[in-house]
Ligand binder design. Structure first.
Ligand code: MG
Length: 383
């Protein structure tokens, strides 16, 4: 049985605006384009009460709620918050599939030993997201598959967690509108409703031949499956967001900056080596520590001074990131990762980068070749 999470930020753009402009908290906020012809990109929960929702023409939205505060989208701020969100999700699963800036699927199968029960995990995840984004909330759906997880995250918004357990799929889905089914657009919905098929339960019970007569055989099979709560699509990790990382779970806890840096340096060397092997350079780096007592994983990330693939730059960047982490608590895992990756081909201009770094890269490439030949015993000595 798989365990899938769907994480969905609450009124994302609007919440970012309310976070950044405290005077907007508790007020009806619409993020969107021009007042005359624009559409609503996001609506705060306060304005949703008036019936305003995203994709609605702005004119109509303002008729429903004349007092709404309209804010022009600030995409770079949403993108930044999105990055923070995805970085947290990466801590919980190697299989994260973003659907948009503010939502993603996670395959959490087999993580119970690491994080606890699904509900405990969801609570920790929400806490980490709240912290990483400086106070944004999300809702989490937990289920045996993607379809149900996505439905679940919507059931207790905002700031909720809903777990659709195996065995309860059909009864949970039965009363819901067919419009909740992925792939059922307005047209199909109207067709089905005109034949007295209003709820997902109706679909589950409908005669297959009748259903196939309305939507065709293939869609009918698909609808029947979803109505039973079945969906075997895998969670597919997004390649573009990929990172190269290395980490070690330590056999004994360590503490203190010196020890942590020793392990961090080793991880950075592994990461840099992997980058060079793949002909990639990274524009950003991440450090992660897992604290033994609370089992919490903490990460910090930041830009590199320049796109690089050498361990010294990586280490200097991640070492600085340690400054904002607690280093005196016992730690059982140290990890480093490089992300915002660019292929070597895109970096011809980087021939201009400064001499020292170039030398580092050259030296390390030579060491790679030696290591590949003679195994991993060769080190580079402490600096
Ligand atoms: Mg959302």
């Amino acid at each position: 049985m798989r365990l899938i999470f769907h994480v969905d930020m609450d009124a994302f753009f609007a919440s970012v605006e309310q976070r950044d402009h405290p005077e907007l908290r508790g007020r009806p906020v619409i993020v969107g384009g021009g007042k005359k012809r624009g559409v609503v990109a996001a609506a705060s929960y306060e304005v949703r009460k008036f019936g305003v929702h995203s994709a609605m023409p702005m004119v109509r939205a303002l008729r429903k709620c004349p007092d709404a505060v309209v804010i022009k989208p600030r995409m770079s701020h949403y993108a930044a918050a999105s990055k923070q969100l995805m970085a947290v999700l990466d801590n919980y699963s190697p299989l994260v599939e973003p659907l948009s800036l503010d939502e993603a699927f996670l395959d959490m199968t087999g993580t119970e030993k690491l994080f606890g029960t699904p509900l405990e995990t969801a609570a920790a995840l929400k806490r980490d997201i709240f912290e990483a984004t400086d106070g944004l909330t999300c809702s989490v759906g937990i289920a045996p598959n993607k379809f149900l997880a996505k439905i679940a995250s919507d059931l207790d918004k905002p700031d909720g967690v809903t777990f659709i357990r195996h065995g309860t799929e059909r009864q949970t889905l039965a009363p819901m509108s067919i419009r909740k089914i992925w792939g059922v657009g307005k047209k199909t919905a109207k067709k089905l409703e005109s034949r007295m098929l209003h709820t997902i339960g109706d679909i589950a019970e409908a005669d297959f031949i009748k259903l196939a007569g309305i939507v065709g055989e293939r869609s009918a099979r698909h609808l029947k499956q979803l109505a039973r709560g079945e969906d075997d699509r895998p969670v597919v990790a997004d390649r573009e967001r990929k990172s190269v990382g290395a980490e070690t779970t330590l056999s004994e806890d360590i503490r203190g900056r010196q020890q942590i840096e020793k392990h961090l340096r080793a991880q950075c060397e592994r990461v840099a080596r992997e980058l060079r092997k793949k002909n990639l350079r990274a524009e950003s780096a991440r450090v992660k520590l897992r604290y033994s007592r609370t089992f919490r994983l903490k990460t910090r990330q930041g830009p590199m001074p320049t796109a690089a693939d050498d361990s010294r730059t990586l280490f200097e960047t991640t070492r600085r990131l340690l400054d904002t982490l607690e280093l005196d608590e016992p730690i059982r895992l140290v990890g480093a990762a490089a992300f915002d990756l660019i292929a070597e081909d895109d970096t011809v201009q980087l021939a201009l980068f400064d001499g020292e770094r170039k030398q580092n890269a050259k030296l390390e490439k030579t060491l790679d070749a030696i290591r590949d030949k003679f195994g991993d015993k060769i080190g580079r000595g402490s600096q």
